[in-house]
Design a protein around this ligand. Sequence first.
Ligand SMILES: Cc1ncc(COP(=O)(O)O)c(C=O)c1O
Length: 413
Amino acid sequence: MSNFFYKDGVLFCEDVPVSDIALKYGTPSYVYSKKTLEDNFDAYSNSFIENEGMVCFSVKSLSNISILRLLSEKGSGFDIVSGGELERVIVAGADPKKIIFTGIAKTNAEIIQGIKKDILSFNIESESEMLRIERIAKKEKTIVDVTIRFNPEIDSGGHEYIKTGRKKDKFGILLDGVLKLSKYISSSDSLNLIGLSCHIGSQIFDLNDFKESAKYIKKLAREINNTGIELKFLDIGGGLGISYTESDFPFPGDLVKDIKKELNDRNEKIILEPGRSISGNAGIMLTSVEYIKGKYLIVDAGMNDLIRPALYGAKHDVINVKKGKSKANNWTIVGPICESSDVLAKDYLLEASEGDVLAVKTAGAYGHVMSSNYNSRRKPPEILVDGNKFKVIRKRESYDDLIKNEVNIESEF
Ligand SMILES: Cc1ncc(COP(=O)(O)O)c(C=O)c1O
């Protein structure tokens, strides 16, 4: 059940009317439901029996440290892609032995940072990266646990920008290169191969795509076993699709069931890296109508606050936080940014008048994390709702924040 719902025409998040939040913290602002985050995590986690699997939340989808802390307290591991994300999860109290480090361009500094924190594994994405991690491990006089991220050469559908598992994509090792790398690692004194991983993309609705990945991972694991190497983890990545405007969407429990079925003769622990399917519907973005100009509904949130519509042509439902007060019309909802692509929705039927507060639904994933200061706009606050309480978990940036890292040269060089 959604924890964002109308009661007597007023939009609530859990037990809080969201208009109270807008009144206290202003707009634009992001609002998250703790219960939805927890329920979404449980939908994965409860589908595994003890030690059978591990959920490594994809930090890139929503990285506020309070959110990471509440997931960590529920037992979540984390899939990270940068030194910054590593720092965040550690600050949030994550167990280092539940952190996996993905990403095709890990720097020396990031590799050293991961080694020093004693994380579970680095997902190796190229031969060069493997050799670099080995060199650093030797220098640090340690043995580093690694996982090979392979590219299953699957076209998972979805937007071009969120496909990652096709032969031409920049991610992972192509299928025919995996054995070569695993042999190299097994003869290295500084590397230890503990698993295989893959991630084929995002917003995937067809569970068959995941089953295909599981088939490949099983085949590769067998081939690696035949060379005398035992593995501990098989990681199928993230990418489960969620409902933005669609009515049919896959359930995490069904995904886990299918993967378990595919891998039922394997002993390795299954890892999943869900992002959007945990954080997406747990968040909304609040925005106020500033002006009405013909067909344009001009709101105070721009593409700097939520870039998904401009970047991917993504569609989000937009609703009025108070139903039945304003007249419905077909609007083009636009933001304040000086770009014609700053359009939140086109030809969108919505009740709205100047001054109304709107909620952009399903904005929890790839929302605030992708916000920017373009047009020198301050990043919006994040507010977490827990029952009838709400708390700011990230303040709105101040004008001082905007320029604090800049140097105001007062004289010539
Ligand atoms: C390696 C990896 N794992 C997991 C995810 C999470 O994907 P999603 O948010 O679609 O579940 C991503 C997203 O791009 C990713 O690149």
